[in-house]
Design a protein around this ligand. Sequence first.
Ligand code: FA5
Ligand code: MG
Length: 414
Amino acid sequence: RTKSSNTNKSLTESIVIEGKHYTRDEFTNVTPKILSYVGINNHNRLDHPICLFKQSIIDFFYGHFKGRTGNPIFSIYDKISPVVTTNENFDLLLVPKDHPSRNKTDSYYLNKSHMLRAHATAHQSELIKMGLDNFIIFGDVYRRDEIDRTHYPVFHQADGVHIFTPNELEIINGCNINIFDPEKSNSIEKQSIYSKEATNIVTNHLKSTLVSMMKQVFGKDIEYRWISESFPFTHPSFELEVYYNNQWIEALGCGVIRHEILKNVGAGNRIGWAFGLGIERLAMPFYSIPDIRLFWSNDSGFLSQFENLPKNRRIKYKPVSIYPQCYNDLSFWLPQEKPFCSNDFYELVGEYGGPCIEQVKLIDQFEQKKTGRISHCYRITYRHLEKTLTQEEVNKMHQLIKTYATQNLGVQIR
Ligand code: FA5
Ligand code: MG
């Protein structure tokens, strides 16, 4: 009974995201599972590899492009809601009405007019309209896509835009240049409105910027290749692939922004480039992460490897043991007659739990107002690398830790 009434409810009630209501209609195809990813924001969680990799990208753009006074010229947007209109995701980017990406089978719709962004490019027009010429957008994007080692329905993109005024283009070029083609000649190498020279300068600037970024992040030995592509919103367009784990992985798409897009938002006198990069696709080779699903792991064996890791530090991810983990919490009052320090406790746990301890973490603390006593609660995660621990074995270790913590550290188990 409960089940069927729930189903009815979920079919008629509007969808609520970040306090806003979206009325369901025949387009609605988001699932509760997909909606549960909204707001997780791995790209803003400091110890998450997606966030760490984001910072490497920002570092590159801050260091590579500086203004007159040494200030960074790129601005960063990483808190824009993933709910966008179909106008923003498609129409403003000149995506044809019959383009496959508009299908319900390919994108996640809240209803006919609103969807979860299928790419970070959905914010491009809005930001250019605000008057920005150089920016990077970071965000979670949603697609009905295959699921395998390099595909997941929710992933993260970094979208960059760099727009040049005629004057800036001249500075790069070193001499006078026409942005526009007086003959508006048609050729597959350029948009008819732009001159061949301007198109070449911008294309070279785009490709060399992205290659420099790859080299700064990965080192000089990174294996990559360019492939011609087509996007409705850029021309010419390219894709960059990197070689990892014996296969070429598609990392990003890019190109010269369609003039019509710029013109529609008041930047018709300019030319610029844009790229859209899959952050997981580069974080995987960077940290030797073999499967994209691991980025969604709440397993401390995964996350703890990135804790307190300085940005730009490359580590080789150690595969988490395939044996299940199991955790027990331990709460105690700190001793009043002598000082207590968490590190002592960590050491003690390591001593009595040995190689079965995967992580120990302080998860809660409070002070009892009346007595001034302080309580700590630690979560101890147990996992053996070669076997499944039985509950009995875990209990035994946990009991030992309790006994010795009481004896050696003077705590009082609660
Ligand atoms: C786009 O999304 C374009 N918006 C990129 C772009 C921006 C082109 C600006 C030109 C100008 P594409 O669908 O190819 O393009 O996706 C971009 C990148 O996202 C891919 O290269 C890949 O790295 C990543 N990606 C795509 N689908 C998935 C997926 N299911 N899982 C993980 N990463 C993915
Ligand atoms: Mg692609």
